[in-house]
Design a protein around this ligand. Structure first.
Ligand SMILES: [Zn+2]
Length: 138
């Protein structure tokens, strides 16, 4: 799982050097540089030291901290490492009797097997949402 950074330590209207920001986030400067590159955060690098604006850095860190709650009908794909809908809305229940449903399906993006535990009473709503993914988009 991606590390969760305390983005509240940063101020939106301040400009930080990499060393200042990494000290506030309690990570190594190299880790912060890698994160800036991965998240595509704009940095001011024609100066020395390299600077980053809090207003650019905070949204990138906040985006990492949200674990991506699953929408109704979605399952977490370990292949893509993100939520995905079952391929064709086809879902199998492989749970033992008297246990919460263990639904399995193939990922619509990569074809990997995904699974999700759903309470017995919520299976019908889950299947309905999984078969009509467009109706969930708000
Ligand atoms: Zn996938």
């Amino acid at each position: 799982m991606a590390r969760v950074f305390n983005w509240r330590a940063l101020k939106e209207h301040r400009v930080y050097s990499i060393e200042e920001a990494s000290a506030l986030l309690r990570c190594a400067p190299r880790t912060l540089k890698r994160l800036l590159y991965e998240e595509g955060v704009q940095v001011i690098d024609d100066l020395s030291p390299m600077l980053v604006i809090g207003a650019d850095l905070i949204p990138a860190l906040r985006g990492r901290n949200t674990k991506g709650k699953l929408a109704p009908g979605q399952m977490f794909c370990l292949g893509c490492k993100k939520p995905a809908y079952p391929d064709g809305g086809v879902v199998d229940d492989v749970a033992k009797p008297n246990q919460p449903s263990l639904l399995q399906a193939l990922c619509s993006n990569c074809g990997a097997v995904m699974s999700r535990r759903v309470a017995r009473g919520e299976v019908a709503a889950f299947l309905k949402a999984a078969q009509n993914p467009q109706s969930n988009v708000s």
